[in-house]
Design a protein around this ligand. Structure first.
Ligand code: HOC
Length: 356
């Protein structure tokens, strides 16, 4: 199935309220729409006759060795989509050599997620996503849970001082997770009831000091996610980030945020090679992966398409999504005369008002 067909199958299978939670964005969904439209304005200038018979697309990142250039971006509550939930996503990601970012919003506890990934590959890369929390001891407990489970990196979400104002969820009255579905990694932590979305504490006063404090809690690499402004990318490096994820949270937080890919070149310039940059938002084709890597991303994250694959077919659907994107990317790399990701460069990308 194509990614579009998997999306249709997921929509047909899901409770419409849960479908809306995943598909929707903040406000009038301008940032959500911008992510998809932005990629339509980029096109490649393939190089020719460079000898691209054998290709190696693996990437080395802090927390992942020889990983696929497409990772499973952090997304919430996989058991809303399929009874196998994060276990299925983990098995599929590991089987494809892709990083899986699980975390505080997972409906499966992190030890079980890592165990499922290890069923599919001996040394999978499972990362753990944190939101800044007003209580240091909660962050510390989550960091220990991730470390003890065998996660190889942490990711701190920086773009959510408040939960996004999601019009579809407000209209649908979606707040409580259904019975049997809870933020399992938050269980038993002080002040963190795992059941209702609006009860999940955000930390509106979070600052760079909180980020640096989290970096200081662990020897794992700590990525930062949700950076769009180049000045924040520089601050992230100064405060110990091991990598920067350029993301507008799938258009689910600030409705007027710029499209992630439009922010990528300035962030890549700002970090000046000090740390790797990953792009998430709007990647739907292998050609989008190629554009992002040519603009300086080390890898890309994919969110909603993975969830549509999960809802449609469980682990098999997630593998289908990853396989499709990785095959399309490999194909595009060959057609651009590339043998490795670094053979794609910014001079091979043109940006116009309407490339297509
Ligand atoms: C502690 C916060 O990022 C979304 C998710 C929500 C995560 C909630 C957990 O819906 O965009």
């Amino acid at each position: 199935m194509t990614l579009g067909e998997l999306h249709d199958a997921a929509r047909a299978a899901l409770d419409p309220v849960h479908y809306d939670y995943v598909a929707g964005g903040a406000g009038e969904e301008r940032a959500l729409a911008a992510n998809g439209r932005a990629f339509d304005r980029y096109a490649l200038l393939p190089r020719v006759l460079r000898g691209a018979a054998r290709r190696d697309t693996a990437v080395d990142l802090p927390g992942a060795r020889r990983a696929a250039p497409v990772m499973v971006a952090p997304t919430a509550f996989h058991r809303l989509l399929h009874p196998d939930g994060e276990r299925a996503t983990a098995r599929a990601a590991a089987a494809e050599g892709a990083v899986l970012v699980t975390g505080v919003a997972a409906t499966t506890a992190v030890p079980a997620v890592v165990a499922a990934a290890r069923e599919a590959a001996p040394d999978p890369a499972v990362w753990f996503l944190l939101y800044p929390h007003p209580r240091r001891e909660v962050t510390e407990a989550l960091v220990r849970r991730a470390e003890e489970a065998g996660c190889s990196a942490l990711v701190v979400t920086a773009d959510s001082p408040r939960f996004g104002r999601r019009t579809r969820d407000l209209r649908n009255g979606f707040d409580d997770l259904p019975p049997g579905c809870a933020a399992e990694n938050m269980r038993d932590l002080p002040g963190a009831p795992p059941g209702a979305l609006t009860d999940i504490p955000m930390h509106p006063a979070a600052s760079w000091r909180d980020f640096a404090e989290t970096v200081g809690m662990t020897s794992l690499p700590v990525w930062i996610k949700g950076v769009l402004h180049p000045a924040d990318a520089r601050l992230a490096v100064e405060h110990g980030a091991a990598g920067v994820i350029v993301s507008n949270h799938g258009g689910r937080q600030c409705d007027t945020a710029a499209a992630s890919v439009d922010c990528l070149p300035a962030v890549v310039d700002a970090v000046a090679g000090a740390v790797p940059v990953v792009l998430d938002g709007g990647v739907r084709r292998g050609g989008d992966v190629a554009v992002a890597l040519a603009l300086g991303a080390a890898a890309v994250g994919v969110g909603r398409p993975v969830l549509w694959g999960l809802a449609a077919k469980g682990a098999a659907g997630v593998r289908e999504v990853l396989r499709t994107l990785l095959d399309e990317y490999d194909h595009t790399l060959a057609l651009c005369g590339g043998r490795r990701n670094a053979d794609l460069s910014a001079d091979m990308v043109v940006r116009g008002d309407a490339a297509w």
